[in-house]
Design a protein around this ligand. Structure first.
Ligand code: FRU
Length: 529
């Protein structure tokens, strides 16, 4: 017994030593920081978000000494984009996160003027290596010269908290080979394969060639024995047709025996109701030949059909699953929470699988640990707009299996004139989300200049439709049919708009099973004074 208490005491003291200095550093950083969260109406309960200030892309998502580390593009001094820092959170279970001090600041010649742009993380010899893009803005003296230089740099930590930029930086410059832009060359993703390290970098061909062709996005592959000395291998994929002028934020993994390349193309033009967001995030299935550096692949396909999803990062979980977290926001839009001292958030972690030539996306099992109470009903046939007792909330998880014979709507975050409408059309199997009345209106712009309030996905014909919906204070993520499609969207309703309504659209609506879970908190909540 005594031994047990001694062990517990040692564990408690070790934990306190590990966390105390760090949390006080976080507080110190927060104090230094002129920006604090002043209103938590839209601040997420369980989605990763900046403790204050601005956040964009996920960065450095990896495991280190048995913990999950997640970083994000961060500007601590305002609620808009600014010279990039890396915000940092850590978790044991991918669901409950602690804030750590800002990991990277722009303070070296290769990153000071523009910032520490996106990159990835990997554990090597007990150390945590971050490889990121140093972005340098150059004065524009002539249109014939680049206005920026992007190079790849390494920072190392042996405690998972403090990072040192290495003397050898930059470790990767844009290769001086034909067809690679020297200025747009960023967002390295590193992984290990058969004892060697590989990195892919987002890039494009040089701007408008003499024949007047627009630049084409592409992904460049490098190889290394030590994460510091890198050799150029090849350009593994390049845009064809309407596939964009720049490919950012590449990721790579072998999932279920299939190589998968994920990236975020800029400049894809809308095709009907497809590619309606400002930028896209897509995947390609293929096969990477590590000897030749060639990637044989098919076409790209959309990863998420909602309004707000970009720059996703993947990592291998401790048990081997491939986990993805994306930015649950979109460029060229508005971020109404920026008046509350913070801006932007991440998606819930998602598990990826390859099946039948498609990438399937489901929320990770660990999210069940957020569940507090459950309300369930079976076999309900509704003939008019209905709500169900204890099925409502600004946060929560809704799981439902609904007969797909008839069309229906589900109204989420409903209250007064506010509602976010999901609708299923049984005639064409199209599932939509409409945020015209979701609260504070956020415009969705696309590069064709259209403003839209709806997103849709065409589902495979089936007798029922299975929904798993995560609601947080300003976001909705809808997972459909066990991974067939996912739609992620920010919404800005009043805190009191918590209703959920079920609306039959052609005769009756049959709900075979429905459960609603209230959910607890997964991230530190702002301390509003
Ligand atoms: C994508 C991106 C990245 C870049 C980062 C800068 O959203 O443009 O390519 O590294 O944002 O914040």
């Amino acid at each position: 017994m005594r031994k047990f208490f001694k062990k517990m005491l040692t564990a408690a003291v070790t934990a306190a030593c590990f966390f105390m200095p760090v949390s006080s550093q976080v507080e110190a950083a927060v104090e230094r920081n002129p920006v604090t969260v002043t209103n938590a109406r839209w601040y997420p309960a369980y989605h990763i978000a900046p403790y204050a200030g601005w956040a964009n892309d996920p960065n450095g998502f990896c495991t280190y000494k048995g913990d999950y580390h997640f970083f994000y593009q961060h500007y601590p001094y305002a609620t808009h984009w600014g010279p990039m820092h890396w915000g940092h959170v850590v978790s044991k279970d991918l669901v409950h996160w602690q804030n750590l001090p800002v990991a990277l600041e722009p303070d070296h010649i290769y990153d000071a003027s523009g910032g520490c742009f996106s990159g990835s993380g990997i554990e090597k010899d007990g150390k945590l290596y971050l490889i990121y893009t140093g972005h340098v803005d150059l004065p524009v003296i002539s249109k014939d010269y680049a206005d920026r230089i992007e190079s790849q740099n390494v920072a190392v930590s042996d405690d998972g908290v403090h990072f040192e930029k290495i003397a050898e930086n930059p470790v990767i410059y844009a290769p001086k080979v034909e067809g690679v832009s020297q200025s747009d060359f960023r967002d390295p993703k590193v992984w290990q394969h058969n004892g060697k390290y590989y990195a892919i970098v987002g890039s494009r061909t040089p701007t408008v060639d003499p024949a007047g062709n627009e630049a084409k996005g592409q992904i460049v592959l490098f190889e290394s024995d030590d994460l510091i000395n890198w050799n150029y291998k090849n350009i593994i994929a390049r845009a064809e047709g309407n596939q964009g002028f720049m490919w950012e934020c590449p990721n790579f993994a072998n999932i279920d025996g299939q190589d998968v390349l994920i990236f975020s193309p800029q400049g894809v033009k809308p095709e009907g109701n497809k590619y309606l967001n400002w930028h896209q995030s897509v995947y390609m299935l293929g096969n990477l030949n590590y000897n030749t550096g060639t990637f044989t692949h098919g076409n790209f396909d959309i990863l998420d059909y909602g309004f707000d999803f970009y720059a996703p990062q993947i990592t291998q979980a401790l048990d081997g699953r491939t986990i993805l977290i994306g930015w649950l926001d979109m460029w060229a839009g508005k971020f109404p929470e920026d008046t509350d001292g913070w801006a932007c958030q991440m998606t819930v972690p998602r598990e990826l699988h390859v099946k039948g030539g498609k990438l399937l996306t489901t929320p990770i099992e660990e999210l069940k640990s957020l569940r507090i109470s459950e309300t369930s009903y079976q076999n309900l046939t509704l003939t008019k707009k209905s709500s169900l007792k204890n099925i409502s909330g600004a946060t929560g998880e809704l799981i439902a299996t609904i007969d797909a014979k008839n069309s229906f709507d589900i109204e989420l975050r409903s209250g007064g004139s506010e509602k976010t409408v999901l609708s299923y059309n049984a005639k064409n199997n199209i599932f939509k989300i409409n945020r015209a009345k979701s609260g504070v209106f956020v415009e969705s712009n696309n590069i064709a200049g259209n403003k839209t309030v709806e997103r849709e996905v065409k589902l495979n014909p089936a007798s029922e439709i299975k929904l798993q919906i995560f609601l947080d204070r300003s976001s909705i993520e809808i997972f459909i049919n066990d991974g067939e499609a996912v739609m992620s969207t920010r919404v800005y309703p009043k805190e009191t708009s918590t209703g959920i309504n079920f609306v039959p659209r052609s005769g009756s609506m049959t709900i075979r099973n429905i459960s609603f879970y209230t959910l607890g908190e997964g991230i530190p909540q702002p301390n509003i004074k």
